[in-house]
Ligand binder design. Sequence first.
Ligand code: HEM
Length: 406
Amino acid sequence: MNQIERKYDLYSQNFNRNAYATFAEMRAQDPIYRQIGLDGVTPIWFFTRYEDIDAILRDKRFLRDEALSKNPEDRYQPSPLDELINNHMLYKDGEDHRRLRSLVSQAFTPKRIADLRPRVQAIANELIAALKAKGQMDLVAEFSFPLPTIVILEMLGIPAEDRDKFKVWSNALLAPQMTHESAQEALKLLTDFTNYLRSLFAKRRQEPKDDLITALLQAEEAGDKLSENELFSTMVLLIVAGHETTVNLITNAILALSRNPAQYTQLKANPDLMPQAVEEFLRFDGSVERALNRFAAEDINYKGHQIKRGDPIILILASANHDESKFIQPETLELERQPNPHLGFGKGMHYCLGAPLARLETEIALNTLLAQLPDLRLAIPETDLRWRFLPGFRGLEALPVTWLIQ
Ligand code: HEM
């Protein structure tokens, strides 16, 4: 088999259903494997073992910024839209990364996040109160999605009446565009999105508030700390991170519990176990399956593989989290697993800035569901579940559930 062809299916519905079996096969047979990526043209190195992924995430020879990994004459010219949405910390290395991260990090310290607890709990209670008497819902649309999106939009200072627009925009920012038509449609949506942000920025400049948008605008105005493109891109990053991550962790956790009744009973009886259980949900079936692409800054001989300068690399975090050489019985959901050095939030300098927020939201969401919706269970056979086509993320399109009405 020509290595460059696609030996492993990493994109289909069938793959998503059995992703961990595919990863086990890759770890055993091809732990470092080069095959064609989603575009059908570009060869990508896929890494699946914990040891390698952990090492590369901390190795400065592997960059996030593709342009820096190339000779100046080989760099492509980013479009104005790319400049507007990709100029954030997760696309940067070195000093630029540090500067952009430090501007936002004050809003995400453990203390600031802990102060949000009563508000997050209140949102969870309101959502449940509105649907408790129904006896059934789509967990994704009616609970897992609204909870973290309301929280991040409130933190940013987006008016409540505009919330629904962000769902469409966030999806347009992330979903791969496989046809010319869908690319055009996405471009139109992103133009609407940037126009919206522009007018919101203008309002906040005139009338500052105690929100993250105002704080970022003040950083921009204070001098050379944040350019206009970086301001837009930072908003994009926080909106996408707030819309596409915790929602899937909450949902995947409920799916995992429904498949593991003993652990489900254990958790219902011991809500104090939840912080530890959340770590296990991040390991067992977290929401971010792969780190964003890395690019080799130089020619590297990695364990006998000749990685060339500029080569793209994908690190499959979900596979590292099931590596049998790191975790005992990795396919078992062990709520009290100790130690649990999962890579669900990444590692190294791009380690998830939102981790304290995601942990808080997931803990509150699951404890509220378990306490308030008795006997919560799937409403359809598992074989009918469909995964979203969003490579790199593990998220269900819907999770219909039912419970007893008391
Ligand atoms: C369960 C929920 C979440 C998971 C599993 C998750 C996972 C991750 C991972 C794996 C990375 C590193 C990506 C890489 O190295 O390529 C990351 C970075 C990041 N995450 Fe999260 N995330 C979650 C929630 C959030 C939330 C709620 C926010 C904030 C609203 C957030 C903000 C960020 C930011 C800003 C970065 C970039 C950090 C940097 O480049 O220095 N995340 N996240």
